[in-house]
Design a protein around this ligand. Structure first.
Ligand code: FIX
Ligand code: ZN
Length: 431
């Protein structure tokens, strides 16, 4: 009998062959990743129809809480007490002077402002803040939304929408014509983290709830979630949780998740997004800038995924120490989708490490990044910086594959980049 024909390896590539192939691949990956339209799956941006809720422009960029925290470091406490009494313009002046004039703007958040201005075609190096302000004042918000999304290569953003917010909640009740690029996510932190207060609020809104979490109350909270999921046309429900979150547990948050949120999500086919590891108000004097990080007990997440196989969990973790365990959990639970390098992990050194870890443990079945933008213009730098790091990681991994003779075609690279920039999320939500 003839021996079966085997594919032949051919002449082994020389060092020069490999170097040439690697350079070509790297250039191709850069090109493809730069052009992929992104779905930004978690932001704090708003549909422009919501008016003042959508923040944009140079002063908002400068008073971003990431920069406020950095500014406070130079004030030795004195700045802290005075800062919040200043007008927004004066706060922005102080941040600009402290972080961009008296010091070199090397941090990721500072560089972000400069990338944004640069990509908008502005010359920030003149250090002329009044001139920058004049340039921004010339824009109308609708045109500026188009410009920012176009420069960032963003095809859609998912907002963070809270019925409990006193400005936002009533606007949803009134309704408006939606901008399809701004999709909604139902944020339920107040419900899960401060149940007694939320119960009183729901009762005021006409839901028959009592603090005891009995059967009627559970049914009514579920009705509340169904009403708001429908009203928002929500893509998912979401909460940020502290490092000490446990599941199963007797705490109201764990019981509400188990008995109300997850049944509602399962019935409506919506994922539940958990952002794990934030310690709120570590330094309350810093207000929004005062939150910190802690390592979470991911046994709670494993228990959730195992006990609720019919539910879909979108998860990001704030602590670097949790990243590896999260990837391992995602290998065990197909109902767990990892997303983003969140907040304090959104610095190039960690985005690179975390993305590499994810690719090497999971292939491409995750969402590499979300912007968490609070100010519209930030999508420009957040995506510019993310694309650069993700392209670098993908290129390194393809070059290693190419050494085995497996060279990806441009359409493979495009398919892969689409996956990690929104496609895998959409598939997970559909599945
Ligand atoms: O919980 C969240 O969604 C966090 O992203 C925010 O609370 C945080 O303030 C933030 O802006 C991080 O980027
Ligand atoms: Zn966020």
């Amino acid at each position: 009998m003839r021996r079966q024909e085997q594919p032949r390896a051919g002449r082994p590539p020389t060092q020069a062959d490999l170097a040439g192939r690697a350079a070509g691949l790297r250039a191709e990956v850069q090109r493809v990743v730069a052009g992929i339209p992104v779905l930004d799956i978690h932001t704090h941006l708003y549909d422009p129809a919501l008016g003042a809720l959508l923040l944009w422009g140079i002063d908002e960029l400068l008073v971003y809480h990431y920069l406020v925290a950095e500014t406070f470091r130079h004030g030795c406490g004195r700045v802290g007490s005075e800062f919040w009494r200043l007008s927004k313009t004066a706060q922005a002046d102080l941040v600009w002077r402290t972080l961009f004039q008296e010091n070199s703007p090397l941090s990721e958040a500072c560089r972000g402002v400069l990338t944004t201005l640069h990509r908008l075609g502005l010359d920030a190096h003149q250090r002329d803040l009044p001139a920058l302000r004049r340039w921004f004042a010339g824009w109308k918000v609708e045109a500026y939304v188009d410009r920012c999304l176009e420069l960032a290569g963003v095809r859609g953003v998912v907002m963070t929408n809270s019925p409990f917010d006193e400005l936002e909640g009533p606007a949803w009740l009134r309704g408006w014509r939606r901008d399809s690029r701004f999709q909604a996510a139902l944020r339920i932190d107040p419900l899960l983290l401060n149940w007694p207060v939320a119960a009183r609020q729901l009762a005021e809104w006409g839901y028959r709830v009592r603090a005891d979490l009995g059967a009627t109350t559970r049914g009514e909270v579920r009705r509340f979630l169904a009403d708001w999921s429908r009203r928002l046309q929500a893509r998912y429900l979401m909460v940020s949780l502290p490092p000490d979150f446990q599941y199963p547990a007797r705490a109201a948050s764990a019981r509400l998740i188990e008995q109300v949120v997850l049944p509602h999500c399962q019935e409506s086919g919506l994922p539940f997004a958990l952002m794990l590891g934030v310690r709120r108000a570590v330094n309350p004097a810093l207000q929004l800038a005062g939150d910190g990080v802690g390592s979470s007990d991911l046994a709670a997440l494993a228990n959730l995924c195992a006990a609720h196989a019919g539910n879909k969990f979108l998860v990001t973790v704030l602590a670097r120490e949790n990243q590896h365990e999260l990837c391992v959990l995602a290998r065990k639970f197909p109902n767990l989708h990892i997303f983003g390098c969140w907040w304090f992990t959104n610095v190039p050194v960690l985005v690179e490490e975390i993305t590499r870890l994810r690719v090497e443990l999971l292939g491409l079945s995750f969402t590499a990044q979300h912007s968490d933008a609070r100010v519209l213009d930030q999508v420009i730098y957040k995506w510019d910086h993310a694309r650069a790091v993700v392209a670098q990681v993908l290129a390194d991994e393809y070059v290693r594959l190419a050494a085995t003779g497996w060279t990806p075609a441009p359409r493979d690279i495009e398919r892969d980049a689409q996956q990690v920039f929104g496609g895998a999320f959409e598939r997970f939500c559909r599945g």
